[in-house]
Every structure is written in C-alpha cells, then in structure tokens.
Design a binder for this molecule. Sequence first.
Ligand SMILES: [Zn+2]
Length: 112
Amino acid sequence: MDEQIPATEEQNFALTELGPGLKKVRRRRWWLWGVVLLYLPIMVPPVEMNWSLKATGIAFLLWYVLLFAAALYMALARCPHCGNYFHLHGLTYLPLRRCLHCQLHINADKLR
Ligand SMILES: [Zn+2]
C-alpha cells in the first residue's frame, strides 16, 4: 500500500479531485452489498411460515431482480480518473477494489 502514497502535494490535490467520483463508485458497491444482505430478511419469512413453493419462488425472484439491478448499477459506475467503467472491462465484470483500466484504487482519495 505504501507505493500508492502520493509523493507530492500536486499528486495529493489530483487524488482529492477524484473524491466525489470515487465516493459514487463506493456508494454503488454498498448498494450491492445491501441487496446481498437483504437475502435473509426476504427469504426467512417464506421458509419460516411455510409459504407455498410459488410464493417462496416469487420472494426469491424479487430478491434476484434487486440483486441484478444493484449489480448492473455498480457495473455502470465510471472511473473518475480514466472515464471507463470501474468494474467492467469488455464483458469481464470484476467487482475488485481497483479500476480495471487504470488501476486506480477505490480509496485512492483517502490514502495519504
Ligand atoms: Zn480508471
């Protein structure tokens, strides 16, 4: 991580300029994690209350649609440095902590 620390004040300024864009990418990542965490609150009632298979399937489908939407929302986040999709490279979708194009770290604006 030490190699990411900017050497000059000029570089520090450039990284803080990226802050709002990186914050947007981070927020979209949290949306995806939020939907992943919604799985239990959505799926426990149908199982606990012995809902029909159809009703349980509808609850799962609802969660799955939310997951897909959150993943798409995250995938379409643009890198504030290079302008490309942060988590997409061609058809490759990798929710890593670095931009797949310019290797900008998700917390580059916070590293000092
Ligand atoms: Zn980038």
